[in-house]
Design a binder for this molecule. Structure first.
Ligand code: ATP
Length: 247
């Protein structure tokens, strides 16, 4: 990998880009994933490449939802696998969630490459390969999920999900947590908990909140969930972008 000087002002985004490029080379990330990355970078730049207080509140609400859930599932696509494989495994352990590979452009080869990659990063079991159930309202390939995974889940983390699928999962009655840097994206606007933050910062942050809340009682978790307002979170992110004080 090319050396990036540590004091380079865009060090984090350059590192991210390299991870995505490597993901494409390894057959984990699709070429469309490169475009998604570019779009994400632009929003991160506008947000000041930091976690807003409102995104931190969302991360805490996400942790509370996951700890309250009966069957939480973390959905992983090619960008997520390339950027935060170890961090996803840690979050799954912290909240006792399953991990399921779920791709927009599904190929068996890429499904297997991602599952292997996650196992190399410590995942004990990875769902998604059975594909024995469907999400109603989506076309065949994009509807495929595991019957005992996303299909049966009550709370699903769908980082970087596309709008159609986020809406279809919401129709199924699932509580969704989306991580997306674009506060205007359809997915961010259609879910219970939109975390408008870079996945690199958001996933470890949810894990930290989950560890912090591990001993909280159910009533305290319910309160955190009830006090969170997704519209406020989106409004705050949009305000930060519009009024940003970029250096
Ligand atoms: P929608 O259908 O919800 O409007 P879209 O189809 O426009 O979404 P895509 O281009 O499919 O969106 O997905 C990319 C999304 O993922 C963008 O909204 C982008 O901001 C976001 N994204 C990309 N990289 C990251 C990242 N590292 N962390 C968080 N979000 C990211």
């Amino acid at each position: 990998m090319t050396e990036i000087p540590e004091d380079h002002p865009r060090q984090e985004s350059l590192l991210t880009r390299h991870r995505i490029e490597e993901g494409v080379e390894k057959g984990i990330t699709s070429r469309q994933g490169l475009i998604a990355e570019g779009r994400g970078e632009a929003f991160d730049y506008l947000l000041g490449e930091r976690t807003l207080p409102s995104a931190d509140d969302a991360a805490r609400a996400a942790a509370a939802h996951l700890l309250l859930a009966d069957r939480p599932v973390l959905s992983v696509n090619g960008n997520v696998a390339a950027l935060v494989p170890g961090e996803i495994v840690e979050l799954a352990e912290a909240v006792e969630a399953d991990i399921e590979v779920n791709l927009f452009n599904r190929t068996d080869e890429r499904m297997r490459a991602i599952a292997d990659h996650l196992r190399e990063h410590g995942a004990e079991s990875v769902k998604g390969l059975a594909a024995d159930a469907r999400i109603p309202g989506l076309d065949h390939e994009r509807a495929k999920v595991d019957a005992d995974g996303i299909h049966a889940a009550d709370v699903v983390v769908v980082p970087l999900e596309d709008g159609d699928r986020a809406e279809a999962l919401a129709e199924m009655g699932k509580t969704e947590i989306v991580i997306d840097l674009n506060p205007l994206s359809r997915s961010a606007r259609s879910v219970a908990v939109p975390i408008v933050d870079n996945i690199l910062r958001a996933v470890p942050n949810v894990t930290e909140h989950a560890r912090d809340l591990r001993d909280a009682d159910e009533a305290a978790l319910e309160r955190i969930v009830a006090e969170f307002d997704p519209k406020d979170a989106l409004r705050e992110a949009e305000r930060a972008i519009r009024q940003g004080d970029l250096e």
